[in-house]
Design a protein around this ligand. Structure first.
Ligand SMILES: *Cc1c(COP(=O)(O)O)cnc(C)c1O
Length: 452
């Protein structure tokens, strides 16, 4: 990467990345109105696209309800609760005068068990809808025909594939095979065994590749290119995936409203999102910016070993470097975030909108897994704990308070709402979860012992 043209602040931030030192970086290029860059390649995107994605989920409610009995309680809606988390707030050391902490509980999203339910399922639904409508099995307003055996047999000629560290594969594999598609998930060799097992149990073909997540994606993309009836879900480049995530903004808006939370210029909203390639957090941030304008401030959270999104934000040449380029190894227990290179498209949408990025070490993730359980009974995986330090970073002296000052928010901190987005965990097997939990407990004891 080109270091010649770095500002002093960027050079400092890169030095902290190289040293694997947790930090908060705030974005000097966030515009006054906080609006994202609304182009996706040649295409302009905006609120209408966010609404269309939300409508697609709504139109599919009855189909989803038939395919997934676990959606009975919500009538086919895939949504997670917004939880007021006062015990967690206290445990995180955030005083009441720093605002109110909520958890957006995507760790429990049905069907996929992670935030990937939003993007991954949306893309496969859109594909099924287009194929079924084009071939007369359904119409846009009436998708029930997708459940007919003939429609399923028709979709069965098509192959849906994806490269994944695990959770995207789980979401794509499960929805694709439920609709009748053939499904293949390309995984890196180090993907968790239980994720492979779960997919194979649902007739999804799992192909294992040597190397990291990027290698699995490249292999999957190559294989799909050779086959006209093969559709590749591209985690780094897919607009449908991105817009599926963005629809979450409308859900959050109504949940905040129902909780009596006001968001306006005197009541800022801070949202903390774990980040891998950046598609999920950027999609959500894109939707939120359209819903809340300049009053929402999104911060992404990355492991110290895989801070690819921050690295790309820091690179003035826009070369989209890999974390290996600065000597990092991409080795983290947060497997949902273990990505060496960010999605260039996601980075470019966020240049003018993102509040900032903070990094977190693995030990801290386990501590937060434990804290989430003992304070609010939340069963989350390490990736999903990445955002927990957000409220403290943003309200603490230094980079955080400078950001607040820059945006005229210092006097409104007590009125602020902090939403920590938890992104996965539902399907983690008990024995693995127990190990995360215990590692967190031990880590916290050690921390206390050192403090005494
Ligand atoms: C994928 C994932 C993320 C981040 O999504 P990206 O689109 O890769 O940035 C966060 N948390 C979990 C648990 C995930 O699986």
């Amino acid at each position: 990467m080109d270091r010649m043209h770095l500002t002093l602040a960027s050079a400092d931030a890169i030095a902290a990345l190289e040293a694997r030192r947790p930090q908060l970086w705030t974005n000097p290029n966030r515009s006054h109105d906080g609006m994202p860059v609304c182009s996706w390649g040649e295409r302009m995107i905006g609120m209408a696209d966010v609404t269309e994605a939300a409508n697609r989920f709504a139109n599919f409610r009855h189909v989803l309800l038939q395919l997934f009995p676990e959606l009975e309680a919500t009538g086919g809606v895939i949504e997670s609760p917004l939880i007021r988390a006062s015990f967690l707030q206290e445990a995180l050391g955030l005083p009441p005068f720093a605002g109110h902490v909520f958890v957006k509980a995507d760790h429990g999203l049905p069907v996929a068990g992670s935030i990937k339910a939003r993007g991954g399922i949306h893309e496969v639904l859109e594909l099924a809808e287009h194929l079924a409508v084009a071939h007369g099995f359904a119409s846009e307003g009436d998708l029930a025909g997708l459940l007919d055996p003939e429609a399923r047999a028709f979709l069965g000629q098509y192959q849906v594939s994806v490269g994944s560290t695990g959770n995207l594969g789980l979401s794509i594999g499960v929805i694709a095979s439920a609709l009748g598609f053939k499904a293949t998930v390309h995984m890196s060799a180090d993907a968790k065994q239980w994720k492979k097992d779960r997919l194979r149990k649902r007739n999804v073909a799992v192909v294992e590749h040597e190397g990291d997540y990027a290698a699995a994606v490249a292999a999957g993309r190559r294989q799909a290119e050779c086959d006209a009836k093969s559709y590749f879900v591209d985690d780094e480049d897919s607009l449908s995936l991105f817009l599926g995530y963005s629809a979450a903004a409308l859900g959050l808006k109504s949940q905040l409203h129902a909780s009596g939370v006001v968001v306006d210029e005197r009541h800022p909203l801070f949202v903390y999102l774990p980040c891998g390639v950046g598609g999920a957090p950027s999609g959500i941030a894109f939707g939120l910016a359209h819903v809340f304008g300049p009053h929402v401030h999104c911060f992404f959270a990355e492991p110290v070993a895989s801070p690819c999104f921050l690295l790309s934000m820091l690179d003035p040449s826009g070369s989209n470097p890999a974390v290996y380029d600065i000597g990092l190894d991409n080795q983290t227990e947060a497997d949902g975030l273990a990505v060496p290179r960010a999605s260039a498209r996601a980075v470019s949408t966020m240049r003018t909108a993102l509040g900032g990025v903070f990094t977190v070490d693995d030990e801290r993730l386990f501590q937060h897994v434990h804290t989430a359980a003992v304070t609010e009974s939340l069963r989350i995986e390490p990736s999903a704990a990445a955002g927990f330090d957000g409220p403290r970073w943003v309200t603490s002296p230094g980079e955080g308070t400078e950001y607040l000052e820059r945006h005229g928010l210092n006097q409104y901190v007590a009125n602020s709402t902090h939403v920590i987005w938890t992104t996965g965990g539902l399907f983690v097997p008990d024995n693995e979860y127990q190990a995360f939990f215990e590692r967190g407990a031990i880590s916290k004891q050690r921390l206390q012992a050192r403090a005494c």
